[in-house]
Design a protein around this ligand. Structure first.
Ligand code: COD
Length: 313
């Protein structure tokens, strides 16, 4: 069972070297993460960004840029477009966000000509190293889909179940999170949750068991589920939390990182290649965890272990 990022690092040890194209890879934490990835033989990198700034920041942090390629493009959006082109042309295998706004970065990932679109909806997944739960916890969507519809949520579930399966969770338990665990017509997220749970019961998803609405406590804490007398396999034991919107998803994942000091990785899934989308303010450990996770997913792509099931509507 994979319970932390160190487990994943061991699994990818024998993988062929993957190259990461970093969009505006100029900031200290990104530079630390890519040099660490090189030193640990996890991945090679090409930094597309302002070369002068890259070298200045690396020197200030005493980081050696040996074997790290630099393509000098100062404008962050132009840098992101050049970086995504490297991935779509197969010159790199992973696309990563550096010091650029998420929306600008994502528009490049979605570019109709040189982006990494597929027929899937793309979603962002925070992977939390939830040490106290003794498992990885997947939270979606806290960074891409702003206000997902019921249909979007169904597609997000499909993607995230496929991702969790890559991380060796054969039958992921999916909690559709709201503020309460009962259906309340005044809370639209509980209505979506009930519909998604029924879709799961009727076999409309491939893999995964979906239940909801569940509040955060009774989704992940068996005692809270027991106290509220909520049965079923998901309550208290969720692997995946589907959040009502980007605000709640983002806040829950960031509170884990910034209130408890926990490590998270941020990936966009469903595209032609793994995409690492950390927050600009993320700690270097989180950016490295993103790289480790993306290399692991790229390996699954290469061995055709990625299977996103279609939702039956
Ligand atoms: N998956 C696949 N295709 C998509 C997706 C998606 N999730 N989102 C949009 N598209 C496609 C549409 O089908 C369309 O063809 C094209 O992209 C443009 O769609 P719009 O007009 O809805 O897209 P934009 O450019 O206005 O917005 C897309 C963003 C991803 C940029 C937007 O949703 C966004 O800003 N998300 C939040 C990013 C953010 O700030 N995150 C904070 C993280 S810390």
């Amino acid at each position: 069972m994979i319970t932390n990022f160190a487990n994943i690092e061991k699994l990818i040890h024998s993988y062929p070297t993957q190259k990461i194209a970093v969009a505006a890879g100029t900031d200290n934490e990104t530079l630390f993460a890519v040099t660490m990835a090189r030193d640990k033989n996890i991945a090679a990198s090409v930094l597309v960004g302002d070369e002068k700034l890259i070298r200045q920041n690396a020197e200030a942090e005493n980081l050696d840029l040996r074997d790290i390629e630099i393509i000098d493009i100062a404008d962050p959006v132009k840098a992101a477009l050049a970086a995504v082109r490297l991935v779509s042309e197969g010159k790199a295998q992973i696309f990563m966000k550096g010091y650029i706004h998420s929306d600008d970065f994502l528009r490049c990932a979605l570019d109709k000509e040189i982006g990494l679109r597929t027929e899937n909806l793309l979603n962002h997944i925070f992977i939390l190293e939830a040490t106290h739960l003794r498992r990885l916890l997947f939270i979606t969507d806290g960074a891409m889909n702003i206000a997902p519809t019921l249909e979007d949520k169904a597609r997000i579930i499909s993607n995230t179940v496929a991702l969790a399966q890559i991380f060796e969770i054969a039958q992921p338990k999916v909690a559709i999170v709201s503020a309460v665990e009962v259906v309340n017509p005044k809370l639209p997220s509980t209505l979506d949750a009930a519909a998604l749970a029924k879709m799961s019961e009727r076999g409309q998803f491939h893999g995964g068991i979906v239940d909801g609405p569940l509040a955060l406590d009774n989704a992940i804490n068996p005692l809270a589920a027991k106290y509220k007398k909520i049965g079923g396999p998901v309550a208290g034991n969720a692997d995946i939390l589907v959040m009502p919107d980007i605000v709640s998803g983002n806040a829950v994942a960031k509170s884990f990182a910034h209130l408890t000091g926990g490590t998270t990785a941020g990936l966009i899934f469903g595209a032609k290649a793994p995409i690492i989308l950390p927050s600009r303010a993320d700690a270097k450990e989180s950016k490295l965890a993103g790289i480790v996770s993306a290399v692991y997913v790229a390996g699954a792509n290469a061995t055709k272990r990625v299977k996103i099931g279609k939702v039956h509507f």
